[in-house]
Design a protein around this ligand. Structure first.
Ligand code: ADP
Length: 197
């Protein structure tokens, strides 16, 4: 089974590509979704987060106040590192469990939808790394117009990620999403051909 890492800067269209590949029948392991699931009420990861960042982050129903955690964890790199040290191993373990399940189900390929694939060096564990590429200014426009982010927020989030040149250098396949979505679909079809071939 081929492990296919799918990544791209925020606003590049990575989720759009993941949806297209899911529609083609490929199993998709979504790292962001796993990141949310490991912090569901009652989870051991959530308990550890509460230990380190404050029990008041958990409300009466056992749910996490994500906004407040973000405020406490992302203000200082040292705090961010502490949070990552708790969450990243759990995300990694759950991702690997899902890859194994896809392999056991006889899948030909599994898609790993992971924004930080290159940032964390996980591209080295993939058989193929696919990078969705869009100029940063256009990504900002799409994040503002289509996802309702404030422009400074969009730029700040882009600045937190690995730079485009580094991400592109890790790519085996580059999907250029500067054009319209129809052009994206054509390139995804090509990728599907490669994965099925
Ligand atoms: P990511 O997952 O990489 O952050 P998304 O897939 O959510 O990015 O795409 C960001 C936004 O841009 C979404 O609203 C999406 O519908 C839109 N989008 C994706 N591809 C294109 C395109 N080629 N042209 C215009 N908008 C696009």
């Amino acid at each position: 089974m081929k492990k296919v890492g799918l990544t791209g800067g925020i606003g590049s269209g990575k989720s759009t590509v993941a949806r297209m590949l899911a529609d083609e029948g490929f199993p998709v392991v979504d790292a962001d979704q796993i990141a949310r699931e490991i912090m569901e009420p009652g989870s051991p990861v959530l308990a550890e987060v509460a230990d380190v960042f404050g029990a008041d982050l958990i409300d009466d129903t056992g749910a996490l106040n994500r906004g407040e955690l973000a405020r406490r964890a992302f203000a200082f790199t040292e705090q961010t590192a502490k949070l990552n040290a708790i969450t990243h191993p759990a995300i990694r373990a759950e991702s690997n469990r899902r890859f194994a399940a896809a392999e056991a189900a006889g899948e030909r390929a599994v898609i790993y939808d992971m924004p930080l694939l290159v940032d964390l060096g996980l591209d080295e564990e993939m058989d193929l790394t696919v990078v969705v590429d869009v100029d940063a200014d256009e990504r900002v426009r799409r994040l503002v117009d289509k996802r309702g982010l404030a422009e400074p927020d969009a730029r700040a989030r882009i600045a937190q990620q690995v730079d485009d040149a580094t991400r592109l250098a890790a790519a085996d396949v580059v999907i250029d999403n500067n054009g319209p979505e129809e052009a994206l679909a054509t390139q995804v079809e090509k990728l599907v051909g490669l994965l099925n071939g």
